[in-house]
Design a protein around this ligand. Structure first.
Ligand SMILES: C[S@@+](CC[C@H](N)C(=O)[O-])C[C@H]1O[C@@H](n2cnc3c(N)ncnc32)[C@H](O)[C@@H]1O
Length: 276
């Protein structure tokens, strides 16, 4: 029989800043308890079935699998989302897009389009904060569409519709007040694709051609046909892509073009407004 504290001490995950946190999250999940339970009751005995589940989770984590995929969930904004290996694990960086949208648009009725919704993170965060907005969320990957729809239902957000679409292809002539996207933006040969959590994430969510800009180019080119006059386009991109994305926006006639920095001081989103 083993107690919580000794199991955590013996977890033996590869040295990383999150090793202790990872072990706690995995043990808490194996026990069906919260992390605070582990801290409050470190001397509690761990039932053998939970110890076996924990051992399996640790094995997967040691092979590099992200904790979010092992547990099938990830926090984003104020929401707990189901996640799955068919699409990206939502990142805290992407909350900058959500903050910017909430900052720039009034809370009055608006039509919002989230392109490449994945787990539904951006669409569901916006819809939860702005009940008057009608949010359409699209993805090309059918498993991602199903995942976003499950998250929508679990969160009871009736102001979101989730659709399968290759970017704008299923949206006909509809026009939106805001188009928002965190598209794939990594260059196909980028060595970062072979390191860390992204090894487990699908190329369909990450890679966009030789320079990483293929999807951003297509979205910026086609967005004016789907925006209302005065509508905004907001895009997440790589830390070194802001100049290129601002140029794309300016070349398509967008105004008020600018970028915003993440907490690390990197320009990670760029936006522009269609003339009124
Ligand atoms: C970087 S992930 C972002 C996921 C989610 N929006 C987030 O921020 O966590 C990009 C998403 O775009 C989707 N995607 C890739 N190509 C697409 C396309 N041609 N049309 C629609 N969605 C696409 C991928 O399936 C993936 O879910």
């Amino acid at each position: 029989m083993t107690i919580i504290a000794s199991l955590l001490r013996a977890a033996d995950l590869p040295d990383s800043p999150t090793a202790r946190l990872d072990a706690e999250l995995l043990l808490a999940a194996a026990l069906g308890k919260s992390r605070s339970f582990l801290h409050t009751w470190p001397e509690r005995i761990v039932p053998s079935e939970a110890a076996l589940v924990f051992a399996e989770y640790l094995q997967r984590r040691r092979s590099g699998e992200p904790v979010a995929y092992i547990l099938g969930q990830q926090g984003f904004w104020k929401l707990d989302l189901e996640v799955a290996p068919h699409t990206l694990i939502p990142r805290p960086d992407t909350e900058l897009l959500v903050e910017t949208a909430l900052d720039l648009l009034p809370a009055t009725p608006a039509k919002v389009l989230d392109l490449g919704t994945g787990s539904g993170a951006i669409a569901l965060a916006l819809a939860s904060e702005r009940p008057a907005w009608q949010v359409t969320a699209v993805d090309r990957v059918l498993e991602a569409v199903a995942l976003a729809e499950r998250n929508r239902q679990r969160l009871h957000l009736s102001n979101v519709s989730v659709l399968s679409s290759h970017w704008f292809s299923a949206l006909k002539e509809h026009r939106y007040t805001l188009i928002i996207s965190n598209p794939p933006y990594i260059a196909a040969a980028d060595p970062h694709l072979a390191v860390g959590d992204v090894r487990f994430e699908p190329a369909s969510a990450l890679v966009a051609g030789a320079d990483g800009l293929d999807d951003l180019r297509l979205i910026v080119d086609q967005a004016p046909q789907h925006l209302e006059a005065g509508g905004w386009l907001m895009l997440e991109h790589g830390y070194d892509q802001a100049d290129a994305v601002r140029d794309l926006l300016l070349s398509q006639g967008f105004e008020e073009v600018h970028s915003r920095k993440d907490l690390g001081g990197h320009e990670r989103i760029s936006l522009g407004r269609l003339p009124c």
